[in-house]
Ligand binder design. Structure first.
Ligand SMILES: CC(C)(COP(=O)(O)OP(=O)(O)OC[C@H]1O[C@@H](n2cnc3c(N)ncnc32)[C@H](O)[C@@H]1OP(=O)(O)O)[C@@H](O)C(=O)NCCC(=O)NCCS
Length: 174
């Protein structure tokens, strides 16, 4: 069973092994980049961000979720409660990633599905998800959850085109 939970100190060992598995791969979504030497401090930071407390300049409230299977974190998602014009170009409402050893068996689809339910609880009626055009796995996950391609565009930060998808929140039925 795949359960979406809020960060909690009991999962320190699993979190550390997740980061180790990622190795040099890009840590996505962005909270995976946060320092975790002091694990309780990481959990506090994530909880603060969810409450809109101690945000960096220009930051918006965001909630991090861990998808857990048999006591292990197998996926991570991040849900911004609102987005700015800059985030409409880069970032979007939702980011997600799956532990390498758990990829390729539908975990990301379920992670996004459950994250969309949380977006509904926050009162969002639709979310924007931005993905690199050459990230086929990601775009399949988004489309499987009802995502509609809204536009494609380039930004100086990436060589690949970006795709912006709109997902009606009640369409999370992958
Ligand atoms: C993208 C990612 C989350 C997919 O996770 P996953 O759990 O393997 O995805 P799923 O098993 O739910 O599979 C989703 C779809 O992608 C396809 N897929 C998986 N890996 C693929 C690959 N390397 N190339 C092309 N398609 C791929 C699957 O076949 C499936 O499509 P289908 O149902 O139409 O057959 C994972 O690869 C990852 O964490 N990547 C790094 C972070 C990232 O890119 N996040 C998304 C940013 S928007």
């Amino acid at each position: 069973m795949l359960s979406l939970i809020r960060p909690n100190v009991e999962y320190e060992a699993s979190y550390r092994s997740y980061i180790q598995e990622l190795g040099d791969a890009e840590r996505y979504p962005f909270p995976l980049d946060f320092d975790f030497d002091d694990f309780p401090a990481l959990v506090n930071r994530l909880n603060s961000y969810s409450q809109g407390v101690d945000l960096p300049d220009g930051g918006v409230p965001s909630t991090t979720f861990w998808l857990v299977e048999d006591g292990e974190i197998v996926g991570v998602s991040s849900l911004r409660h609102r987005i700015t014009d800059r985030l409409k170009r880069l970032g979007g409402h939702v980011g997600f990633g799956v532990r390498p050893s758990a990829q390729g068996r539908g975990v990301a689809k379920e992670l996004l599905r459950q994250t969309l339910s949380e977006a509904g609880r926050l009162g969002l009626s639709e979310v924007l998800v931005i993905c690199l055009k050459d990230n086929e796995a990601s775009s399949r996950v988004i489309r499987a959850n009802g995502g509609r391609l809204e536009s494609e565009y380039s930004v100086p930060e990436y060589s690949s085109l970006l795709q912006r998808y709109v997902i009606p929140v009640d369409a999370g039925t992958a």
